[in-house]
Write a protein that binds this ligand. Structure first.
Ligand code: TXA
Ligand code: MG
Length: 329
């Protein structure tokens, strides 16, 4: 659906009837439904084929509206002020009288919440009487979509209506930060790094493998190791240098490198070579990562060979995290 007033109204009408639609966000597209409606939330799980024990993120316009459903502390307020609306999801304590569907939380007493920045989705949230539950708009464990076309390709003839808000600006899912435990813990690395969060809360923040309470991946089921994966097997290399010495150069392979600048290194290869970015800038790599994986998958090669990004800091940790999850061999 093109973005115009008529279609925004149509989207509202569908959501009011507990139907699902795909919405644009600055990270990736989401498969959205009324977070207060069991019927809508059940549909999300069904369309996505997502296991019922994997809770959804709920998207709010602002923290004022969130107050109905969740309690929050000073850490949240400081992070909210600096990063929201933006690519960070908070795990917070649910209020007992919250209207959030139990289908979303699987009877847990925490909720994942986010304040998306994309103007289309913000305008939609402004005219709705409820927040939107929205996981990424891809079948379970597959690559997240960063454009309306990718949502349509991912779901085929089971695709719900898609509000086309153009290409997602960031291209990687939000950072998931658990604020419901004693020490804030990053459950999913994302566009806002651990260091940035630490600067704001003024103390150490933990990584998922350092989770104090359980230490188990079920703390955030979306952290399962094989995730975000295309159909074609992906082989990862620690560096471009290792890829150059180990990857086969034959034509049944695809080589996917961070920067166009390294193309000449592959002049003698018969393998197809694609790149994530023109310049090697991590923000550009992040934005193109999933689209490149989608495109690479469509070539139906035997294997896709990819080196990890060798820079550090910022979004690089999230990019390498997604590459590790996408790799199967
Ligand atoms: O950027 C994003 O976050 C996108 C856009 C659409 O907002 N959404 C997204 O949603 O990536 P999803 O459902 O694909 O990922 C949500 C992650 C999952 O790993 C899930 O397990 C975790 O958040 N999660 C949700 N609720 C949780 C909770 N109460 N406790 C721990 N983890 C939770
Ligand atoms: Mg997802």
């Amino acid at each position: 659906m093109k973005i115009n007033l008529a279609n925004i109204k149509k989207a509202k009408k569908l959501l009011n009837k507990s139907e699902c639609i795909a919405i644009p966000t600055e990270t990736v597209y989401g498969l959205a439904g009324n977070a207060y409606s069991d019927k809508a939330c059940k549909k999300i799980y069904k369309i996505k084929k997502r296991p019922k024990n994997n809770p959804l993120i709920v998207h709010y316009l602002n923290s004022q509206i969130l107050k109905r459903d969740c309690s929050f502390n000073n850490d949240f307020l400081k992070l909210y002020k600096l990063f929201c609306p933006g690519p960070i999801t908070f795990i917070l304590d649910l209020k007992k009288n919250s209207k959030i569907s139990k289908i979303i939380t699987n009877n847990k007493n925490t909720l994942a919440v986010r304040f998306p920045k994309h103007p289309v989705t913000r305008n939609l949230l402004k005219i709705l009487d409820f927040p939107l539950a929205a996981p990424s708009a891809n079948p379970y464990s597959k690559v997240s979509p960063t454009s309306a076309e990718e949502v349509i390709t991912a779901f085929g003839n089971t695709c719900p209506p898609v509000l086309d808000g153009g290409k997602s600006e960031i291209g990687l899912e939000s950072t998931v930060l658990d604020l419901s435990c004693q020490t804030p813990t990053i459950l999913r690395p994302g566009p806002i790094s651990k260091t940035e969060v630490e600067k704001v809360v003024g103390r150490e923040v933990l990584n998922p493998n350092e989770t104090v309470e359980t230490g188990s991946p079920s703390k955030s089921p979306g952290l399962s190791v094989k995730h975000y994966a295309p159909e074609t097997p992906i082989r990862l290399y620690p560096s471009l240098k290792e890829l150059l010495s180990l990857a086969p150069s034959s034509s049944e392979n695809l080589i996917l490198i961070p920067s166009k600048k390294s193309l000449p290194l592959f002049d003698s290869y018969s393998a197809e070579v694609m790149y994530f970015s023109e310049t090697g800038d991590p923000l550009e790599i992040g934005r193109n990562l999933y689209t490149s994986l989608h495109k690479g998958d469509l070539l139906k090669k035997k294997t896709i060979h990819i080196p990890l990004i060798e820079k550090t800091g910022g979004i690089v940790e999230a990019i390498n995290d997604r590459l590790r999850r996408a790799s199967t061999i």
